[in-house]
Design a protein around this ligand. Sequence first.
Ligand SMILES: [Zn+2]
Length: 256
Amino acid sequence: MQITIFIISAFIIAGFLLIIFRKKKQLTQPDANAEKEILSRHVLFYQRLPDLEKIRFEESLKKFLQKIRITGIKTTVEDIDRVFVAAAAIIPIFAFKDWEYRNIHEVLLYPGSFNEEYHLEGGGRNVSGMVGTGALQNVMLLSQNDLRSGFLNHTDTSNTAIHEFVHLVDKTDGSTDGIPEILLAHSYILPWLKCIHEEIQQIQNGQSDINPYGSTNEAEFLAVASEYFFEKPSLMQEKHPQLFDLLQKCFTAGAN
Ligand SMILES: [Zn+2]
């Protein structure tokens, strides 16, 4: 009798565990087919990859989503959001096969833009993404609207989520200063700084198609120029050949 109760209890517990595990899996991992479909339809970087690299991209995406939690604040996180957040994380470091983000464990998704104090209403709602500091250390805040339009709109050179992940990569060497020392060989640092300052000058003179926000400082320049680089590489190569060349050195593991 006792054995029967034990067996029944074990089955019940196993059943509960299975439900919990499935639910957790559902929460963090999009279905593989849905994931491929979203990548093929919307993610230009993925579309340009050869088939074998596409598989490596999908694997990196899965790994990222197993580690990083994506939480909706007054909004529901859908498969498309999970795939877009993970794609934005992988794109800048895809050439670095062993890369692991160590300075993030959660992404908070807000329905739209928020202000510097993370409020969704009231004045100053102009922030579409942010790498958290202080109590929000290792947390990234993103506007769901901007996350989606970054990938769905193929006509511009902006992508908020890529912008924020480039800040995280920049931060890996200890300072968010626009010099991604972890990616860029030492000998390229001076040419990189010279190039940034020339490009910022052109923005300030009104002679550049780079988002003027990039002229705020070197860190913002790196983030804004990287958005452009990943969204419209051929246009950047044509209009800013030197910048294109240096960013390619940054984001290609072979250059290090
Ligand atoms: Zn920024």
